[in-house]
Design a protein. Structure first.
Length: 134
């Protein structure tokens, strides 16, 4: 379903939020920026917020998650290895979340339009019945 496809972006976003601090810590320590250790939690906060919004089926959050993820993904594609598979799986998760959120919103809009049409048709038929009986 569309919601299940959107949840893949949620999983990818939570994974990145959890993996980002240990992944960034060695680079931060090697550059001598230990006093700025809080910087490793910026991606965690960002992807944490995006994961909540993707879980709530936000189209903007799904697009932002992928667009923020895209440059790092391209960099990792240039350096092949096992981690490339992980990054590719995460990219597919974000792409599916974009697909799923847009499809979910389209389905909701169609069902609301169908309900409105049915309600109008019911009102019109009841109005016609009243005029025929008068």
């Amino acid at each position: 379903t569309a919601a299940a496809a959107a949840r893949q972006g949620f999983i990818a976003s939570v994974f990145i939020a959890c993996v980002a601090p240990p992944y960034m810590l060695p680079g931060l320590l090697s550059t001598g920026l230990q006093q700025h250790f809080y910087l490793i939690f910026v991606p965690t906060l960002l992807y944490g917020i995006l994961s909540i919004l993707i879980y709530k089926l936000s189209r903007v959050a799904a697009l932002l998650g992928f667009l923020i993820f895209l440059p790092k993904f391209v960099i990792h594609l240039l350096d092949p290895g096992f981690t490339t598979l992980v990054w590719a799986a995460l990219a597919l998760g974000f792409i599916n979340s974009i697909r799923g959120t847009f499809a979910w919103h389209r389905l909701i809009k169609q069902s609301q339009q169908a309900n409105t049409t049915e309600t109008l048709a019911d009102e019109a038929s009841s109005t016609c019945d009243k005029t025929n009986t008068d």
